[in-house]
Ligand binder design. Structure first.
Ligand SMILES: *Cc1c(COP(=O)(O)O)cnc(C)c1O
Length: 405
């Protein structure tokens, strides 16, 4: 771990937005000005005590921070090994960590004098968090969503509309997240003067991966303080699921320079690592550029983006955040995947033993956390990031398990 310790985490990315050979800015010329303006505005508020204090206030009063660090005693007993703790991002307003970033970017947009917000959403979680933040701050909100996703996630579409957002269906291609992002970028180019684009994960062109990461660092900051207060020492391992990578890097960042702490990112193994059947970019992907960013991508020999599959919509994306690719190369963050079947089993186990119904995304982290706990001695500590709650997934799981609803 000596190489990892030698990386000054705060120096990343470099001024051009690179995490080593990953990240950067790959957009049409028309978007360069918007990204530069955003970077300048963000760098200003990053060290502005007034902005940070206002953000802390809203995170507490509106989102419900700090979230608890919860000892999962019965799952720990069940595994017979290391102590398992959950960082309870599922307790936040709108049901997941995404509100940390949505609130912060909405506040930044206000500061920049932008009165109109656009966002993309897949399953609808980021759209709901953005709609809530916009309602709170009185900002106009337009959310792009694939037409296919709108059908699958009708309830989230209604939630967004209740909170005053306009949801625009995208009919192109597969009619899912990738097409929704393209449409949001098109809107941004056209309306950049008064519009801010709230991207929902630690992905895309600089400064998004850095900025979204920073807005989620509060997760790791709290977790570190809480585990030190409770156990008097650092945890041995952290586990988080990785879609774009925002909840994971938010938890990990504060521990990057603690070499005794192992960090595990867990991707979606879907039906197993066969082409088109999963979304484990590090298990089947290679270097490429997608939607503004150079990183690990699931693609065929011609560079065509491959279809992905996961039981959890929030992990179902062909590319991974650039900072994760960088730290994986360095051996600092290790990666695993969980299959749909493992996830469905752990989902039920967690509900039954802890009285907590986790999001299917977060359940990927639980699957790996349980494996790690079993492999470690009882005096060890594993923290699993419970990125969201599973209320949104209950109907889908009922259908899969063959229950009548
Ligand atoms: C969106 C989502 C994720 C995946 O996004 P990351 O940016 O990788 O964190 C994970 N968990 C939940 C609950 C989500 O809603």
């Amino acid at each position: 771990m000596s190489t990892a310790a030698a990386i000054a985490r705060d120096s990343l990315p470099d001024t051009a937005g690179h995490f080593g050979r990953y990240g950067g800015v790959y957009v049409p010329e028309t978007l360069m000005t918007a990204l530069q303006e955003l970077e300048a505005a963000y760098l200003e508020v990053r060290t502005d005590p007034a902005f940070q204090a206002e953000l802390r206030h809203h995170l507490k009063e509106f989102a419900g921070r700090p979230t608890e660090l919860y000892f999962a005693s019965r799952l720990t007993e069940h595994c017979g090994g290391a102590k398992i703790y959950f960082k309870r991002e599922d307790l936040l307003h709108t049901g997941a960590h995404k509100i940390n970033n949505a609130l912060a970017q909405a506040l930044l947009a206000k500061r920049m004098g932008k009165k109109r917000i656009i966002a993309e959403t897949g399953a609808g979680q980021h759209g709901v968090a953005t709609a809530a933040a916009c309602a709170k701050f009185g900002l106009e909100c337009v959310v792009y969503m694939g037409a296919h996703d709108m059908e699958r996630q009708a309830l989230n579409v209604f939630r967004m509309r209740l909170m005053g957002a306009e949801v625009r269906g995208v009919e192109a291609g597969q009619k899912t997240l990738k097409e929704a992002i393209n449409e949001a970028m098109r809107d941004w180019v056209t309306n950049v003067r008064h519009t801010h684009y709230i991207l929902g994960t630690a992905y895309g062109s600089h400064p998004y991966p850095m900025m979204v990461r920073d807005f989620h660092r509060v997760i790791g900051r709290e977790a570190k303080e809480q585990i030190l207060a409770r156990e008097g020492r650092l945890p041995d391992e952290l586990v988080a699921c990785v879609g774009g990578g925002s909840n994971a890097i938010g938890l990990f960042f504060e521990f990057l320079e603690d070499p005794s702490v192992r960090l595990f990112g867990v991707e979606a193994g879907g039906h197993g690592i066969k082409r088109g059947e999963h979304a484990a970019r590090f298990a089947g992907g290679r270097l490429g550029v997608l939607q503004g960013c150079k990183t690990f991508i699931l693609q065929d020999g011609d560079g065509q983006i491959e279809l992905t599959h996961s039981v959890s919509a929030g992990l179902d994306y062909a590319a991974v955040g650039p900072e994760h690719a960088f730290y994986r190369d360095r051996g600092r963050i290790e990666f695993a995947y969980a299959t749909d079947d493992e996830v469905l089993e752990a989902f039920q186990l967690c509900a039954r033993l802890e009285g907590i119904i986790p999001a299917l995304e977060s359940t990927h982290a639980i699957v790996h956390g349980l494996k790690r706990a079993k492999a470690l001695a009882r005096d060890r500590i594993v923290i699993v990031n419970l990125s969201g709650r599973g209320d949104k997934d209950v109907q889908q799981v009922a259908k899969i398990l063959g229950h009548q609803t």
